[in-house]
Design a protein around this ligand. Structure first.
Ligand SMILES: NC(=O)c1ccc[n+]([C@@H]2O[C@H](COP(=O)([O-])OP(=O)(O)OC[C@H]3O[C@@H](n4cnc5c(N)ncnc54)[C@H](OP(=O)(O)O)[C@@H]3O)[C@@H](O)[C@H]2O)c1
Length: 250
C-alpha cells in the first residue's frame, strides 16, 4: 500500500500556486505530476520547473475549481488514465477583497465558493476515488485565518474555518482506509497571495510550507502547522477576550 502511494501520480489542483508548485517539485523525482489549472495552455514555466525537479512526466489539464460539476468527471478520468492518484494537493484558493466583500454579497459568496464549497466538492470526489483504490494522500490548505476568525478578514477566514471542520471530519472518516488526509495550517506566507502586505510574526515562505508538507506526509501525519510553533499561538489565540480580538489586524 505504501509503495503505491509514494509512486502514484502527484496531482496539483491549482497548478500555478506557489505553495502547490513547491510541493510538486519536492515530490517530483521519478513521479508523474499533473498540473490542473485554469488556462492550462500557459503553464510552460511551471511544467519546466517540475520537470527540472525530476518528474518522470508532467501533464497540464484544464481545471476551474469554481465549476464544481466538472470535478467528478475530471478526477475520475485522471485516475483512470494514470492508474490512480498518489498524492492530490488542493492548492487553489483566493484571498478576495475583504472591504468589497463586506458590502458586495456576490463577492463574499465568490470567495467562499472557491475557498470552501469548491474544496468540499473536490475533497468529496477524491475521498470516494482514493477510498476505492485503497491508498493515496490528500493535502488540504487551511490557514491561521480560520483557526479563530478575525474581524479584519472574516470572509476568507470563515471559509478556512469551515474547511478546517470539513477536513477534520473527513480525515476521521478516512482513518483506517489507507488514505491519508493532511490538513496544513500555515500562518502568513510571504508570496504572491500576500503581495503588498506586511509580513505577520511567524511568517514562512512557500518553500518552508512545502518542506513541512513533505515531512508530514512522510510521517503519515494528519495535521501540520507551519511553522510548528504556531500550535502554541493557536492555543493562546483561543484565550484572548473578544473585545481585544476584534481589534486584531489581519
Ligand atoms: N499565501 C498565504 O499567505 C497563505 C497562508 C495560509 C494558507 N494559504 C493557502 O494555501 C493555498 C495555496 O496558496 P498560495 O500561497 O500558493 O497562493 P497562490 O500562489 O496565489 O495560488 C493560488 C492558486 O489558486 C488558483 N485558483 C484560484 N481560483 C481558482 C479556480 N477557480 N480554479 C482553479 N484555480 C484557481 C490560482 O490560479 P490562477 O493562476 O488561475 O489565478 C492560483 O494559482 C491556498 O488555499 C491558500 O488559501 C496561503
Amino acid at each position: 500500500m505504501g509503495t503505491q502511494t509514494s509512486d502514484g501520480p502527484v496531482l496539483v489542483l491549482g497548478g500555478r500556486s506557489e505553495i502547490g508548485l513547491e510541493v510538486a517539485r519536492r515530490l517530483a523525482p521519478g513521479r508523474v505530476v499533473i498540473l490542473a489549472a485554469r488556462r492550462a495552455g500557459i503553464l510552460d514555466s511551471e511544467i519546466e520547473q517540475v520537470r527540472a525537479a525530476g518528474a518522470s512526466a508532467v501533464h497540464a489539464v484544464e481545471f476551474d475549481a469554481d465549476d464544481t460539476a466538472t470535478h467528478a468527471p475530471l478526477l475520475e478520468k485522471l485516475a483512470a488514465e494514470h492508474g490512480g492518484i498518489g498524492t492530490a494537493v488542493l492548492a487553489f484558493g483566493v484571498l478576495g477583497d475583504q472591504d468589497r466583500a463586506e458590502s458586495d454579497p456576490a463577492h463574499a459568496v465568490a470567495v467562499v465558493h472557491t475557498d470552501y464549497v469548491a474544496q468540499v466538492s473536490v475533497l468529496t470526489t477524491l475521498a470516494t476515488l482514493l477510498r476505492a483504490q485503497g491508498f493515496g494522500q490528500i493535502v488540504v490548505f487551511g490557514s491561521i485565518a480560520g483557526v479563530r476568525v478575525r474581524r479584519a478578514n472574516y470572509v476568507y477566514g470563515s471559509a478556512k474555518a469551515g474547511l478546517h471542520g470539513f477536513a477534520a471530519g473527513l480525515g476521521d472518516a478516512l482513518h483506517g482506509t489507507g488514505v491519508q488526509l493532511l490538513l496544513v495550517r500555515p500562518g502568513f506566507v510571504i508570496g504572491r497571495m500576500t503581495t503588498g502586505m506586511d509580513p505577520a510574526p511567524m511568517s514562512s515562505t512557500p518553500g518552508q510550507v512545502a518542506d513541512a508538507v513533505v515531512r508530514a506526509l512522510g510521517k503519515g501525519a494528519t495535521r501540520v502547522a507551519v511553522p510548528g510553533r504556531l500550535n502554541v499561538a493557536f492555543f493562546v489565540m483561543g484565550l484572548i477576550p473578544q473585545f481585544m480580538w476584534r481589534r486584531m489586524p489581519r
